[in-house]
Design a protein around this ligand. Sequence first.
Ligand code: AMP
Ligand code: GLY
Length: 424
Amino acid sequence: MNILILGSGGREHTITWKLAQSAKTTKLYVAPGNAGTEEIAENIAIKATDFNAIKQLVTQKAIDMVVVGPEDPLVLGIHDFFLQDESLKHITVIGPSKAGAQLEGSKEFAKQFMARHGIPTAAYHSFTRETVSEGKRFLETMNPPYVLKADGLAAGKGVLILDEIEKAKDELENMLVDAKFGDASSKVVIEEFLDGIELSVFVLTDGKHYKILPTAKDYKRIGEGDVGLNTGGMGAISPVPFADESFMQKVEDRIVKPTVQGLQQDNIPYKGFIFIGLIKVGEEPYVIEYNVRMGDPETEVVIPRTQNDLAEVFEAVGDQTLNTIQLEIDGRAATTVMVVSGGYPEAYEKGMSISGIEEVEDSLVFHAGTKLDKDGKIVTDGGRVIAVTSYDEDFRMAIKKSYQSIAKLHFDKMYYRTDIGFDL
Ligand code: AMP
Ligand code: GLY
């Protein structure tokens, strides 16, 4: 098979690395990719959202399967684009239809979906510019902290958690009336605050059957001890120690099954990953959010622990025969630490040369924001630069290995959190 992977981060490098190990893979292309994918596949300089350029590429290179990494092409309807085109519709696309992608593309859609299918989540109400006064009155009926969520995609920044009622009212006004998050906040979901510990559960579905992948926990804040600004994710571990068998049974019965069945009942075609952001309140799971793709950096620990031939698994998703696949999971723990550019998630520089990658022996190095400069040297090209993944008996030993490997890496203004897993 010739396979095209869309995206350019650590998630995409990891998926490409895994697909490169498959006997079913003939040629791998990544668009646009990074310096890491360039070593094991052919990078093509087109954007993951440029559907016409993707069509041309797929036709030219006789691509059999397209694996969509990020959410934007899915929310824009790339799967539907393929299905509606006579010359593309036979190609397997891993990632849901536009309707399915609404689970991530609209918080209100996701909340209504959960309500319709009895899936546990925080109680909520949604408001628009016209109902901003009702929204403020609704806030008065709630207890702090107040959770305000922009309905649409806001690059992970659209959620505000506020302790003061007056501040919450002001922010509601900013979001609805002053378009704080642009169009994404033309509608705002206000929801009950859930107090617990977060984890992520990843499901792969072919629309009929599903497989639950290893659990993971990521560390979203820039600062140690989970303080400071939100990032895309600064590190992850898998499995999550507190997600024991009885908890995971609840997750499967109350959340995973009704989600997959709900998509079927609502006639929403879905062939791809469902990333379920959960919060464990006492012993009970609640859904915080759905994403319609794998997490990043969670992919960097979940995929390395999955021992199956990934191309074969994706083929089964395309054929709706996922029930014939038995997942094989590595019993070891995996950890990843994200090495970022100083300044991230605010302004940072690009183009810094990176050294030491070839000296790392005990860990896997996944590129996130890198590229080859005109002399063929690896330089930084994003906020999150490199994810260093390690395996060991338990996550504490694995994390130590990741830090030993990171000590060999260098670039100007390099930063990483030294406390991944601190709360476990
Ligand atoms: P989201 O973009 O929906 O994942 O929200 C971003 C982050 O806000 C989550 O990872 C949680 O840490 C937090 N959060 C979102 N909704 C709630 C809630 N209802 N209660 C407590 N924390 C929440
Ligand atoms: N690490 C969180 C995400 O991928 O959204």
